[in-house]
Design a protein around this ligand. Sequence first.
Ligand SMILES: N[C@@H](CCC(=O)N[C@@H](CS)C(=O)NCC(=O)O)C(=O)O
Length: 236
Amino acid sequence: MIKLYNFGQFGELPDPSPFCLKVDVYLRMAGLEFETLSGFDNLKKAPKGKLPFIEDGGKLVADSSFIIAYLKERYGDPLDSQLSIEQRATAHAFIKMLDENLYWCLVWARWKSDKIWPQLKESFFGNLPFILKDVVAKKVRRDVINSLHGQGLGRHSEQEIKQIMAADLKAMSDYLGDKSFFFGDKATTVDAVAYGFLAELILAPLQSSLTQVAKGYPNLVSFCHRIQRIYYSAEG
Ligand SMILES: N[C@@H](CCC(=O)N[C@@H](CS)C(=O)NCC(=O)O)C(=O)O
């Protein structure tokens, strides 16, 4: 069976990472059986030092995009095979917007704010022994803030970051409109990716001024609840 290596439960979500969450929901949407192996220690085994990665029949595949490409190749493509060339191009553009732009806004919202830091520290590092907790948490936070600066987003003001994030959310909200999923009434890979990111803003336990911006788009909120209901609840 496919093994998905992730961080682990985060409130009602199976993971705090949008990349782990998108693979989790993709596997459910594609109807593939899998088991989850959770823990921050998975980072030590991760082929590229990041999560998620999967193990399938002895083969390790790292990076959410490579994992989905591998699964399509190995098990077929039940979600996207009917999409037109134009829809595939649109999906690609949305996916990259989420992976490479909205992701950094989410990272900023979680790690930069002093207000939510105590809550984040407790949820991410709460299981570490008391003496290690402060040291490790402080180092990881410093590394994340440095990577935000290196990527460039960390150099903007909160107002500018809200503006950057709102533009992505508006594009998704406008495209989704009153459809159930991005391309109509059937879930495709772009819905898995959108859910991975939107749920981390809308359904995750850590709420900040940026997550409030996401909650201002009623169709994106309903989209998250719809996916949650279909793929994560007993009635689904
Ligand atoms: N491009 C990768 C990104 C994965 C990623 O950035 N994972 C983060 C969590 S959201 C991680 O493992 N960070 C740990 C670290 O950098 O030490 C993917 O699509 O899977």
